[in-house]
Unconditional design. Sequence first.
Length: 335
Amino acid sequence: MEDDLDAFLNSSFIPGFLSENFTFLLNSSFDFDFDFPIVRSLAVIPFLLVGVVGLISNALVLFIIMCSKKMWRTMNVFIFCLALGDFLYMLCLLFLAVEILYPLGSFMCVLYWTLTAVVTFSSVYFLAIMSSRVFLQAYFPDFSKNIKVKVAALTSGGIWILSLLLGIPFFIYANVNEYSSCVLLWPYEYWTMVFNIYRFVLAFMVPLILTVVCLVLTQCRARKFDQSIDPTVSDIKQNVVMIMVLSLIFIIFWLPSHLLELIAGGSLILDSEATYYGISIIPYLKSCIYPFVYGFLSGDFKNAYNRIFCCKKIPEDEDLQKNSNNKSEDKSSAC
């Protein structure tokens, strides 16, 4: 009986209920000394707080774009998709909070891993497509003018489909194990390392290299332009700064987990369940920070946030896509 209890405790800490970002922790050598009901109950609190903040902030971004035709611009379409992905990712975090205390069924387990897979790949690919957009705007302005909202929407749909295809291993091997934990059940042990490399290359390294190259080339090009002669330069520089900050945040919150997975190779052991829960929540914080970045670095969202939270009358750009310098005063107020 005691052996069965030990086996259950050790396996139940396998995070079917924790992030896919830490598959290197999934081994049978856990030996936590904590009273697991207390630790689990306390772990639910930060999971719920981060999840609620992320849901509300990203829902606000989605609401602002959907409810204002002035926000229906090419770059904002990609921001909408980023916010939608982060919103879904926060739902995954709430799934984890529930799973900590109550096991998920097979259907919910597959649904969780499917959403996780799609968001894992799509979030970084949208950064790459945003950087490609400003690159085209800088080097091929005539061609970039033909990239309207419909084209951006179709491109975004393609990214979602690509992310779903790349995430096939997630939902094929997602299942509930004998201890009612929602995990990825690989047929062979070495598949864990193969999967870690697969995800690091396709969900991190390749799209970020493309993003960095496009941003560097765009910045070099923008420096040669005279902003007083070509008003599009200001728009390009603003977008470059925003994408750079978004990419930096992505790297800060995702690179450590990817490197730990590759280095550990499935053998790393933690001596504290509290530390384990603390590490697992870090990648989700990225989804909470992004909406604030939009507000600070995007003129559209800065004005929208000011109307909502500060009740300010803000001068609006009537036609940003045509890069007109003529601005009209918004006579309406949010209050």
